[in-house]
Design a protein around this ligand. Structure first.
Ligand SMILES: Nc1ncnc2c1ncn2[C@@H]1O[C@H](COP(=O)(O)OP(=O)(O)OP(=O)(O)O)[C@@H](O)[C@H]1O
Length: 252
């Protein structure tokens, strides 16, 4: 019986000359709330997409609860709910119709699907948009319906690429509490985010990616070493504030 929700070993992806993800190893123990952070272009989305079977790696392996994502995709995908970066959605269905369709694809009984969909739409405050096609959803509503899709099948692991992006503060609070409850109930979460205070609030374990590498990983208190995650992040990725001389034309 494995105790790792997710295990990446030597995972690599090139896009032409660019090495987007360079042989990364990452272990997410079962029951973790795991945060993946890194600057724009660090390789987070590419790594998470390979980890859940959305993007084929050039090398390396990804296992979900010990099941190889690329050797046994059907079994592995049953265990995971995914919120991808860019999700192609059935634009001409309402949220309820899309979730119902996905629920049936999961093989769930019709009455289970109906009650889960009802609950998800209410909890995520999408029930007021019953007649709106996904085509007419705002960015935040799209994020929430995508999250509902990830939760619908009752996964053991949630992999969420920037779940709070474009989401209003009230919905963000709801999502935080859903995710916390999920972890308390024995689930595991991996999320990527640029919002450091949120990662500090939610996550017990973090990894920092930079230029396709994992430059730090472990329990959040160890990675922070008594400082804020923001400070450690800036030190690790070497980001600098704009020089006073730069953009001198702006507001001059
Ligand atoms: N389909 C693609 N074709 C070519 N290059 C790509 C493709 N997808 C990603 N890349 C490149 O791979 C690198 C990693 O991108 P990725 O989207 O994984 O970064 P990220 O850490 O998720 O960034 P962000 O925080 O901005 O979302 C970047 O240099 C990006 O330009």
């Amino acid at each position: 019986m494995t105790t790792n929700a997710l295990r990446l070993a030597g995972l690599t992806k090139h896009f032409g000359e660019k090495v987007a993800v360079d042989a990364i190893d990452l272990t997410v123990p079962a029951g973790s709330f795991f945060g993946l952070v890194g600057p724009n272009g660090a390789g987070k989305t590419t790594a998470l997409s390979m980890a859940v079977g959305l993007l084929r790696p050039d090398a390396g392996t990804a296992q979900i609860f010990g099941t190889d994502v690329w050797q046994q995709p059907t079994q592995a995908k049953r265990l995971v709910g995914v919120l991808p970066d860019a999700l192609a959605m059935t634009e001409r269905l309402t949220g309820r119709e899309m979730l119902t369709y996905l629920g049936r694809l999961h093989g769930l009984p019709a009455d289970t699907v109906a009650s889960r969909v009802d609950e998800l739409l209410t909890v995520l405050d999408l029930d007021h948009a019953e007649r709106t096609l996904i085509l007419g959803y705002s960015a935040g509503m799209r994020k929430k319906i995508a999250l509902a899709s990830a939760l619908l099948g009752g996964p053991r692991l949630l992999v969420l690429d920037e779940p709070f992006e474009a989401v209003d503060p009230v919905s963000a609070l709801t999502i935080r509490s859903i995710l916390r409850r999920f972890v308390v109930g024995g689930g595991s979460v991996v999320l990527s985010s640029h919002v450091m205070p949120l990662v500090e609030q939610l996550c017990d374990t973090v990894a920092v990616m930079h230029e396709g590498h994992v430059v730090a990983a472990g329990p959040i208190d160890e990675v922070r070493g008594g400082r804020s995650l923001d400070e450690v992040f800036i030190e690790l990725v070497g980001a600098g504030a704009a020089d006073e001389k730069e953009l001198s034309w702006l507001a001059s």
